[in-house]
Design a binder for this molecule. Sequence first.
Ligand code: DGL
Length: 267
Amino acid sequence: MKKPIGIFDSGVGGLTVYRAIRNAFPEEDLVYFGDTARVPYGPKSPNTIIEYSVQNARFLLQQGIKTLIVACNTSSSVAIPHLRELTDIPIIGVIDPGSEVAVRSSQSGRIGVIGTEGTIRSGAYSKAITLRNPQAEVFTKPCPLFVPIVEEGWQDHSIARQVVEEYLGSMKDLSIDTLVLGCTHYPLLSHVIQSYMGDSVKLVDSADAITLHLSSLLPPEHDGKPGKDSFYVSDNEDKFASIASRILNNPMKNLKRVRLFESWFID
Ligand code: DGL
């Protein structure tokens, strides 16, 4: 009997992580939870983010998962030690794998990090990067408007380019050679960010970084059967399904809503 890998995010953006894991592990069963009732996490306080993350993890643990992936950067930046108190299964957040890849990729040690207000305020990426390279100089910038632009499907709209220029103008003058996309939604804007920052800046996508890390941890399932997917959200299934089908280039199947009660149950 295969046990699934659990993935949670504040909403739909974590599907960038789901997509990378699904491609790398075609035979694994995956269960995804998006907390669409309480998104966004980015502007919320650390205590609230921890409380929500613990509830999300509890729900996935009830589904019998063998590994927990915290796709949400904002949750990963504050909640991982609290989640470790719930279970002995491996828990992987995006901060350490993303920082590892950034430090390996940077020649100059000048590394930019962009993310939600919560992620940047936590200082988690700066800590994780300088732990790995004490000489590194880390420059951070919250970019809160990137999330609604992606959710609106405006990645190729001129507004996306304007907002990227506005947020990253100061970053562009800092001679960084690596930029961590420290938020689930940002890989969906990577073409705009890359074209603005130029080819000399390497973008680090936390979805790829976490998949690489997972590969080193997990012996792959080899039973010849394609992995199954289950998706759960806490609200607005239709909106989730419509954005999800854009991200995944496929209509969303096996999507259910769970109710936010003390003991969670599937609708
Ligand atoms: N998933 C969040 C993250 O990666 C972005 C959206 C939110 O603010 O909840 O930080």
